[in-house]
Write a protein of this length. Sequence first.
Lengths: 113, 120
Amino acid sequence: DIVMTQSPDSLAVSLGERATINCKSSQSVLYSSNNKNYLAWYQQKPGQPPKLLIYWASTRESGVPDRFSGSGSGTDFTLTISSLQAEDVAVYYCHQYYTTEITFGQGTRLEIK
Amino acid sequence: EVQLVESGGGLVQPGGSLRLSCAASGFTFSSYWMHWVRQAPGKGLVWVSRINSDGSSTSYADSVRGRFTISRDNAKNTVYLQMNSLRAEDTAVYYCARVRDSGWNPLGHWGQGTLVTVSS
């Protein structure tokens, strides 16, 4: 299985400041035939199911604010929130769908400083 | 609007069985792969199982292989997870999820989840 490792485990950022979450996969999730990275990011708030934010490593899901962006390729990826809002407090997960046995990172808890 | 509604969770003793159901609506169910993902209390997301669109192919996490069985009834727009030989470590909220788009895609739609508690 592909192991997804996120850093940091938790993060406190001031309102309006940038938040950056990293995700590293144990093997590449870049499919060479279509040059797509099979990497997604989710946001999960307490008592709710996860919400898809980003897929193909950098494509924002419809309705997701443009302060959320994804970058990276191969094994190293980043989720950036450009200007943190109060409603962004949540746990964020990266997810690889390169293999049939999909896997998730352990999660990063984002709080307001 | 895509809707996924799980049911069948509850309290079960170790060694017991449960069958979870996920009723889908708002899309052509038979066109999409479906997954089950679980989340133990206060923990992260763990993939459990998936089934392809016509039910001919399934896959399982090592932790549940041989104990859990995923299936679907495309006539009833429902996916199931039969869970046998349950253990305390199977205690979790179980989410049903649909891939975002047909083909190889991330999980784009999730149900609200159903809680399974394995305890004596």
